[in-house]
Design a protein around this ligand. Sequence first.
Ligand code: RP5
Length: 163
Amino acid sequence: MKKIGIIMGSDSDLPIVEKAVNTLKSFGVPYEVHVFSAHRTPAEAKEFSVNARQNGFGAIIAAAGMAAHLAGAIAANTTLPVIGIPVKSGNLNGVDALLSTVQMPSGIPVATVAIDGAVNAALLCIQILAVEDSSLAEKLDAKRKADSLAVLEKNKAIEEKLN
Ligand code: RP5
């Protein structure tokens, strides 16, 4: 199975990135985690991206806060799918990172999830791999079913308590 690359701009992004790691782990999807910054270590970020396909990656998650150009910088150097996570930090609480990540000019796409949306970033990567992997697709179906049952249980409890 292809690996998922998880790149964060700073180790301060780790509390968010861990949610993506845990989601990939729960599906048995292999991954690698690195701290590469688009502005502090641009050469390392570029080297990772340029070589990602030949190094066995199938998609890349890029998490960064503030003027978050990491996902775009990675996407500029690979044609693998890149999922951007805008991280909440600084005075603008992640809105700066959201706009920086989502507003990519035509030609270099970054699929952007919600501010701090690490679980969805991982699920999107799993869905990308599941296009060619039926056992992963079955696991995704099973998770949807389990999530749905959990909500039905909560509904039952609320209805019993309040009606
Ligand atoms: C971004 O700036 C990082 O992704 C992080 O979210 C934010 C703050 O970085 P630190 O100053 O905590 O290293 O580059």
